[in-house]
Ligand binder design. Structure first.
Ligand SMILES: Cc1cc2nc3c(=O)[nH]c(=O)nc-3n(C[C@H](O)[C@H](O)[C@H](O)COP(=O)(O)OP(=O)(O)OC[C@H]3O[C@@H](n4cnc5c(N)ncnc54)[C@H](O)[C@@H]3O)c2cc1C
Length: 262
């Protein structure tokens, strides 16, 4: 893990309120382990915004890193105003990465801002010529950056039915799973979505890895702001860390059976 002053190469709106930023980060790139890892971005060097903002790595190649982010509040608004040549202080790479077997028929599911690590994993698997399935959910068509193309194994969903399959990612997951009986599911998105995927995979006995995007302050295990309950907790004389997990240092990726969304 390193801090680095990274130089922004470009920062563009790629869909409604969804931005992609690419920057030069040779030090952080050299420690990158794979899709699922994230970085913590300092918005400005003063005390205006003391907490860094966590963002998943959407790609890492040739010393360049990209992120895909949605304007959510003040911090992401500030990020969207940065231009090519601006410098940001970034901490990373942080967290664990998705672990997959080659030649598996995987189903990748991304919802909302959970898109970034899933797109990264999709590209990683594509390079291995893995024939995976991609499911991306959004509220409406303007928030999508892909085209619905089941022939290419890309399934989009929209809550309002304006593109792809109407409904949530669960509708597409059921359709795809019924057809392929996939060997593993990988998902990232808002907690209600992860909760539904968790119930589905446990009920159908499908191995799955879920990337949890909880609020976090420091990103390095000090502030304890990002705890999640561990499942199958048996030992009553527990240590705090056996009962709870810190998403920033133990995660953000967990086996679906290991955590409880309260
Ligand atoms: C591992 C991880 C990866 C992520 N990847 C992406 C991504 O790829 N793309 C994307 O768009 N978003 C991603 N997010 C979410 C993103 O970090 C938030 O959307 C972003 O921090 C919002 O910042 P804001 O200033 O715009 O929002 P605001 O709501 O204005 O501010 C959020 C700030 O308040 C703090 N905060 C608010 N409530 C709490 C609370 N209950 N406990 C502790 N702190 C709190 C946050 O830590 C943060 O500093 C990720 C989050 C995590 C944890």
């Amino acid at each position: 893990m390193k801090t680095e002053d990274v130089i922004i190469i470009n920062n563009n709106e790629i869909a409604s309120e969804i931005w992609e930023m690419e920057f030069l980060a040779p030090k952080i790139s050299s420690n990158y382990k794979g899709a699922g890892q994230f970085i913590q971005i300092q918005l400005d060097p003063g005390w205006g915004n003391p907490l860094r903002r966590p963002m998943s790595i959407a790609s890492c190649r040739d010393s360049k890193i990209s992120i895909i982010y949605k304007i959510f509040g003040q911090g992401t608004k500030i990020l969207s105003q940065k231009i090519s040549g601006d410098v940001l202080n970034v901490l990373g790479p942080l967290g664990n990465s998705f672990q997959y077997k080659k030649n598996n028929l995987n189903i990748l599911v991304g919802g909302g801002v959970g898109l970034a690590p899933i797109i990264n994993l999709w590209k990683e698997l594509d390079e291995l010529r893995d024939n995976s399935y991609l499911i991306i959910g959004a509220k409406t068509k303007n928030e999508h950056i892909h085209s619905h193309n089941p022939d290419e194994h890309i399934y989009l969903t929209t809550d309002d039915g304006s593109m792809g399959l109407p409904g949530t990612v669960m509708e597409a997951l059921k359709v795809v799973y019924e057809n392929v009986k996939s060997s593993e599911v990988f998902a990232c998105g808002p907690e209600p979505m992860l909760k539904q995927i968790q119930s589905f995979v446990i009920k159908n006995n499908i191995p799955a890895q879920l990337s949890v995007e909880s609020y976090m302050g420091c990103g390095v295990g000090i502030c304890q702001g990002c705890i999640i309950s561990r499942r199958n907790y048996k030992n009553k004389n527990h240590s705090y860390h056996k009962k709870y997990s810190l998403v920033c240092v133990d995660g953000p990726i967990y086996s679906a059976g290991d955590v409880i969304f309260d």
